[in-house]
Design a protein around this ligand. Structure first.
Ligand code: SF4
Length: 220
């Protein structure tokens, strides 16, 4: 059982990275077109919002507010108006302007600790930023990531996914085994959206089916 898990840990990132080459969703924060500040804005906007909606909003938003200084100096109403298509615009505008004021005129952060000290930046946003901008070997623990790990490997032990030893151990091991942390993490996000959905997963489209405990149970 332990050696089965070890072999799946080695295989899963490789399979996902190959699958990503054929199935990647195309978003501007994945293309290397954005500045680090703009990547951070994108990751904050992606919280609880579908990626295509954020992708559609960003060109107009960055045309108005290209950097932290311009966003920090903007009238709150203008920022709320620009964010209205995403919903929760009052809260989002407050978070983004707080972040802009903290970073205007400063270098962008390079470490997790620096990121976590900023207003509105939690563990997920910090990890997503470090992965996208620096290619850091980390894992992006959200409900999609947790669902895939639980189905392929083992159920979590605690209700809060941010405090679960199974997700933490498997996530760390997968990230360490990945050859390209960006492709691995973005593949996990895309697999959760396109195949390993919350209900009726499309196991016939999934590169992990040979290693997946959930798929094996369903087949029995
Ligand atoms: S085989 Fe099915 S259940 Fe398992 S990870 Fe893939 S889509 Fe999800």
């Amino acid at each position: 059982m332990v050696s089965e898990r070890a072999s799946a840990i080695e295989a899963v990132p490789r399979l996902l990275e190959a699958w990503y080459a054929q199935n990647a969703r195309d978003f501007r924060w994945r293309r290397g077109e954005l500045t680090p500040w703009q990547v951070l804005v994108a990751e904050v906007c992606l919280q609880q919002t579908m990626s295509p909606r954020v992708d559609a909003l960003l060109p107009g938003f960055f045309a108005q507010f290209p950097d932290a200084a311009s966003l920090a100096a903007a009238p709150r109403e203008a920022v709320e108006s620009a964010l209205r298509p995403l919903g929760f615009q009052r809260k989002r505008a407050a978070v983004l302007q707080g972040l802009a004021k903290a970073l205007a005129g400063r270098d962008m952060p390079h470490t997790r600790e620096e990121l976590l000290s900023l207003p509105g930046v939690g563990q997920y946003v910090a990890a997503a930023f470090l992965c996208a901008v620096n290619g850091e070997a980390t894992f992006l623990l959200d409900v999609n990531f947790a669902r895939i790990v639980e189905r392929v490997f083992a159920p979590r032990l605690r209700p809060d996914l941010r405090d679960d030893p199974v997700l933490e151990q498997v996530g760390r091991a997968l990230a360490a085994a990945a050859t390209d942390p960006r492709r691995f993490n973005w593949a996990m996000l895309d697999l959760g959206a396109l195949a390993c959905r919350p209900s009726a997963p499309r196991c016939d489209r999934c590169p992990l089916v040979a290693h997946c405990a959930h798929a094996a149970e369903v087949e029995e």
